[in-house]
Design a protein around this ligand. Structure first.
Ligand code: HPA
Length: 232
């Protein structure tokens, strides 16, 4: 057992999918994997291991935000030997033309979190996806006829903010989506020499204020899970 994960050593696979929502972890495990076992119920942050086409895979909820994600990623890598981590989640679109349901493969993750600024002594680090995973995901999605965009994203420390123009500077620099987790996933992965990628579907548009209905979000989770599972 680690501090936040109740699994025994060996119960978690080297490849782990990371949805923020633990019930999405359950949904993916039940719909895509065989021989599924639930290895974690601590704090209801469900984690499952099973097989996909014969390969062992785990799926672990991370919760929302950088601190919660950092806890699970650190423990998965340091305590359980995870080597490949693929976040699948949702993001807000920062541009009018990036529509609900589009899938973004996050090449890099900017952030307003101070977590890296402290770590890097005030200098700015560029959290970056693993190229091999990114390349495979991009080509696999094309093969599956799933459209994707490869783009930088922004990992925010807040969901609600009073300033409506807060993300404009990022959109003006080609950043397409906002979520709350990937900057720390990419940073820890780099530090620990493991592979990480984030795949996101647009659940809301911050310019038009449209929000995708829950059923549409579920459908997109299936597409993201297919891309992630097929590249491992
Ligand atoms: N902001 C931050 N995180 C998000 C959003 C958003 O609009 N949508 C999905 N995750």
């Amino acid at each position: 057992m680690s501090f936040h994960i109740g699994a025994k050593k060996g119960e978690i696979a080297e490849t782990v999918l990371l949805p923020g929502d633990p019930l999405r972890a359950k949904f993916i495990a039940e719909n895509f994997l065989e021989n599924v076992m639930c290895y974690n119920e601590v704090r209801n942050m469900l984690g499952f291991t099973g097989t996909y086409k014969g390969t062992e895979i785990s799926i672990q909820g991370t919760g929302m935000g950088i601190p919660s994600t950092a806890i699970y990623v650190n423990e998965l890598v340091s305590e359980y030997g995870a080597k490949t981590l693929i976040r699948i989640g949702t993001c807000g679109s920062l541009k009018r033309e990036i529509e609900l349901g589009e899938i973004i493969l996050a090449i890099s993750a900017n952030t307003d979190s101070s977590i890296n600024r402290h770590k890097f002594g005030g200098m700015d680090y560029s959290p970056t996806a693993n190229f091999e995973l990114l390349d495979k995901a991009y080509h696999k999605a094309r093969e599956l006829s799933i459209d994707t965009r490869v783009a930088p994203i922004f990992s925010s420390d807040s969901f609600y903010d009073d300033n409506p123009d807060r993300y404009k500077i990022w959109a003006d620099h080609g950043v397409l989506g906002v979520e709350m987790e990937s900057a720390v996933l990419y940073t820890i992965a780099a530090r620990k020499n493991v592979r990480a990628l984030t795949i996101l579907t647009v659940s809301d548009n911050l310019i038009t204020e449209e929000v995708a209905p829950a059923e549409d979000r579920e459908k997109k989770i299936v597409d993201m899970a297919r891309i992630a599972l097929e590249i491992i």
